[in-house]
Each structure stands twice: as C-alpha cells, then as structure tokens.
Design a protein around this ligand. Structure first.
Ligand SMILES: Cc1cc2nc3c(=O)[nH]c(=O)nc-3n(C[C@H](O)[C@H](O)[C@H](O)COP(=O)(O)OP(=O)(O)OC[C@H]3O[C@@H](n4cnc5c(N)ncnc54)[C@H](O)[C@@H]3O)c2cc1C
Length: 502
C-alpha cells in the first residue's frame, strides 16, 4: 500500500542547536521556510546574511508571508530551491515510479530488482472493476510463479558457470544477483517497490502539480501524499499545487488546464495528423542494435572543437568554427588528446562537449528503460509500452531453457493487456512485464554520452542498459571519432587513453 513519509528537510542550523539545547521558545515553529525567506531578502536588504536568517527565524508568520509574495506573486521562484525535502516512498508500483522519476532535477534511490528478491507484492490498479481485477490477478500470479521458477533455474545456471565465485559471500551474492536480474524480466510493472526521493521545494511543487493530473489513480495518490507531507512543513512554498490555497492567497484560480489536458491534446492531434496523411517514411540514420541515430550536427567533432577554441582563445565563434572545420582528423584527435591529457575516468568532461547533441530512437525493454530514465541530463520522451514490439529475452534465460516459457508468459500477458486496455487504456500497462518494450526518443549531448558510457558500459552495469549504451556510444563514435575517443566504460578507460596517445 502506497505510503509517503516526510523523512527530513532543510533547517536553519540555529533552530537545530536550539532544539538540541531544548531552549527553542514554545511559540516558534522550526520550519525550513525561514531559509528561503532569509535568502530572498539578500537581494534587497543590507544586513549580513546571518542577521537576515535571525530575523526570519524570529517571525515565522512574516517569513511565510514574504515567501508567498516573493516566490509566487513576484515570480522569484528560485528562492524555494534553497529548501530540500526528503521522502520515504513505500508500496509504489514500478509503473507509477516512471511518472515520478520523469522529474529531472530531483534525486532517487530505489530498491533494486537486481539485488532484492521480490515476494510478489504488487499494486492492484483502482481503475479495474471486479472482472478486470480477476484477469489482472491471474496474470500477475502467473508472472510471479514464472519469476520464482526462473530464479531457481537461473541461479543453478549461474552457479554452474561461476563455481570460483561461490567461495566468498560477495561472490555468491553477485551470482545470485545475476539470476535475479534476469528472472525479473517476467515481473509485471505493477510490482511494488520503495525509494528515497529528494528534491528542493520548487521541484516538489512542480512534481505535485504535474502528478495531480496524471491519468493513473496511483500517481494522483502519490501527488496527494507528497503534497500533504511537504505542505505540512513548508506551506508557504507549496502553493501552486494547491488550488484552494492559491485562491486564498491570490484571490483567483491557478490555471491547470495545460498541466491537466496538454498531454491528451498532443496525443489527439498527433493521432489525427498521422491518420490524415502518411507520406513514405524518409530513410533514417545509422542503426546499431535497437538504437538508431536520427540526427545531430553535420560535423559534431567540429562543433565541440569550435566550442573549445571559443572558450580557450577569446576569439569570435565564427573564427573558431571556421578553424575547427578545416582541422584534419589527425589535428582533431591531437587536440582532444592534449586537451584531455590529465582527465581521469572520474572527471566530468569540459562543458563544451555539450555543444554536440544527438537524437536517438531506442526500442528498449521496461527493465532497461527503468535504468535509462535515471540519467537526468538528457531529453527523454517515451511512447507507452507496446506488446507489438515483442520482448527482450535475456541470454541466460535462453541458456537455461526458459525462453519458450517467457515468450508464452509474455503472449498471455499481452492478451490480458489487450482486454484490460479496452476498459482502462492507461492502467492496462500495469499488467505488462519488464521484458515488454517501448520506443523512446532521446536527445543526448556528447558530455552525457561519456558519463553514461563510463557507468553503463562498465563491467558492473546490467547487460541490457550496457547494450543500449554501447550502441549509443558506438553511433556517437562513428559521428564524432575525435571527440568521442574516450567514451567507454570506466574499466576500459586506461586502454582508450593509450589508444588515443598511440
Ligand atoms: C552499477 C550500477 C548500479 C546501480 N544501482 C542502483 C540501485 O540499486 N538503486 C538505484 O536507485 N539506482 C541505481 N543506479 C543508478 C544510479 O544511482 C544513478 O541514478 C544513475 O546511474 C544515473 O547516473 P548519475 O546520477 O551519475 O548521472 P545523470 O543523472 O546521468 O547526470 C549526469 C551528471 O550530472 C550531475 N547531476 C545530475 N543531477 C544531479 C543532482 N540532482 N545533483 C547533483 N548532481 C547531479 C552528476 O554529476 C551526474 O554524474 C545504479 C547505477 C549503476 C551504474
């Protein structure tokens, strides 16, 4: 069952010390809002900041009033970013998490389906009536039964393959993790999980408001839970997401029309546009596995080099771009080699690597999407899951003789999905498995591609996201051979560096 608990929040250090000493006056509310109120005053008042904080602490009602005016009436929303809020979220489905984790400026740590065995706990969507519920439960039961069976067989396979790892606790756990990570392809998107979620008050406000209008009842309940928990400690910073409080504060209604209906309008218009005329599809770009490079700069190496020349030389961009364009492949490689000579696998690349962005279409499993979406420095827009795209079958599942079983399960699940979608189109997705797939569009710059490659092409990464990241990286390397020369997993960094020096 869904539970949202406020776990922690920013608090002025003087409040913390007073609480510790036990001498906080009974009529003072130790709220995080005083930090935002004090910082908001920095721009207009001459007093040193500690004095502004003391003033804000002394008069909490005035601080709240000032937040309401400055943040919402004047639109200086960024002062709300000084307050951080942390939440424990329990009993949330994998599907609902996708809506939450769409917020790119927040932080998440979730229970991993790689490390934890799932006991079958799952959300039952409110959208279903008794008949749909029965079908849903039957299908979820089959998925969980297959997961348990598959886990046993995969564990046997991994133990047989890796006898040398079984002697240590860590080794044995790793082997067990491999079995879990492949068995989970049978688990449904209704599977419950838990996570730690943190964000600043401005982002929490945005999340609450966006999720309040989500088509899934569970996501709307999550929005209410977050709103109640956040507004308990920071009411003056959570206003836009509360129509009543907004009306009270400003004497008019907040317009939620776009948040509530914008997405549905886009979907309707897109369906109409695609139904009215469908010219022959233009040929797409290079493809690598399930990833297609759809677009990017004509000469991405030159785009990054021009940006580096621009910030380094002090000359106008037109000159830098003209120079970058005529650099030979050897000169380009040499420039990158020397510019990044001291870069380690733990250092971020210079920001100029963001000057080249690529658009990819990726067909990926729900298990893989769950990992890709955690990379926040990109534009990621996904279609709903589509059983018509087939399933992703882990190699180990094939080797353990479980492929037919997984395909039969996916087929039965797709059939249940079709029947549930006739009644509740969005909620039907709950029944699909981690193996089911969707199409996603991702716009990723070269700096983030390097970051993803380091983490996700490394030997510790799960194979599905490793394959997708390797394909993204291979396409980027083909388009930008000089500036992608160090795009690789952490474990291959030394080798890539030697190759660049050679
Ligand atoms: C082997 C492995 C195991 C994992 N296991 C789990 C797990 O069990 N549970 C789980 O929840 N996740 C897990 N993850 C996901 C991981 O925690 C990250 O969320 C994910 O890899 C995204 O990477 P990132 O946060 O470094 O960077 P991105 O989101 O790709 O952002 C790029 C960079 O921008 C900066 N950045 C972006 N946002 C912020 C921010 N809000 N604050 C500060 N800096 C920011 C950081 O420098 C970051 O490196 C795992 C990842 C790996 C590789």
């Amino acid at each position: 069952m869904l539970k949202v608990i406020l776990a922690g929040h920013t608090l002025d250090r003087e409040f913390v010390l007073a609480l510790r000493r036990g001498d906080l006056p009974a009529d003072v509310d130790p709220t995080p809002e005083t930090i935002s109120a004090a910082y908001a005053r920095i721009s207009r008042f001459p007093e040193p900041i500690p004095e502004l904080r003391a003033q804000a602490r002394r008069d909490v009602p005035a601080s709240r009033k000032s937040n309401r005016t400055i943040v919402f009436r004047m639109g200086h929303h960024s002062v709300a970013e000084h307050v951080q809020l942390n939440f424990d979220i329990l009993g949330v489905s994998r599907l609902a998490l996708e809506a939450l984790e769409d917020a790119r400026l927040c932080s998440y740590t979730e229970k991993s389906q790689r490390y934890v065995t799932f006991g079958g706990e799952h959300v039952v969507p409110e959208e279903f009536g008794p008949a749909e519920r029965e079908l849903f439960e039957t299908t979820a039961g089959e998925q969980i039964a297959f997961y348990r069976r598959a886990f046993e067989k995969l564990l046997e396979l991994q133990r047989r393959r890796n006898p040398d790892m079984l002697g240590t606790k860590t080794g044995a756990e790793t082997v067990e993790g491999w079995a879990k990570e492949d068995a989970r392809y049978a688990l449904g998107l209704a599977t419950e999980t838990q996570l730690g979620f943190s964000g600043n008050a401005r982002n929490i406000e945005h999340v609450v408001r966006k999720l309040r209008h989500h088509p899934l009842a569970e996501v709307r309940a999550l929005s209410r839970g977050l709103f109640e928990a956040a507004s308990e400690v920071a009411p003056s910073l959570i206003i836009l997401s509360d129509p009543e409080r907004f009306r009270e504060a400003f004497g008019r209604d907040v317009s939620d029309a776009f948040v509530a209906r914008g997405r549905a309008t886009i979907e309707r218009l897109a369906r109409e546009a695609m139904a009215s005329a469908r010219p022959a599809a233009a040929s797409v770009g290079w493809t690598e596995g399930d990833v297609t490079l759809l677009g990017g700069p004509a000469d991405p190496d030159a785009a990054v080099l021009a940006a580096l020349l621009h910030s380094g030389s002090g000359l106008p961009y037109a000159d830098c771009s003209a120079r970058a364009k005529v650099m030979s492949p050897g000169e380009r490689r040499g420039f990158v080699r020397d510019a990044l000579a001291e870069l380690s696998e733990f250092d971020a690349l210079p920001r100029e690597f963001e000057a080249a962005s690529f658009t990819f279409e990726i067909v990926l499993s729900a298990a893989c999407f769950g990992q890709l979406k955690r990379h926040r420095m990109m534009t990621l827009a996904a279609q709903p899951y589509d059983p018509g795209l087939g399933i992703t079958v882990p190699d180990a599942v094939r080797e353990a003789g479980l492929e037919d079983g997984l395909r039969t399960l996916a087929h039965r699940t797709a059939d249940a999905f079709g029947r549930l979608a006739a009644v509740a189109p969005r909620a039907a997705e709950y029944v699909l498995c981690n193996a089911h797939r969707r199409r996603a569009l991702a716009v990723i710059d070269l700096r983030e591609i390097h970051h993803m490659a380091r983490l996700r092409m490394d030997k510790h990464a799960q194979w599905d996201i490793r394959n997708v990241t390797a394909a993204i990286t291979a396409l980027a390397c083909r388009a930008a051979p000089a500036t992608s020369a160090l795009a690789c997993g952490k474990d291959a960094f030394a080798e890539a560096r030697s190759a660049l020096r050679a």
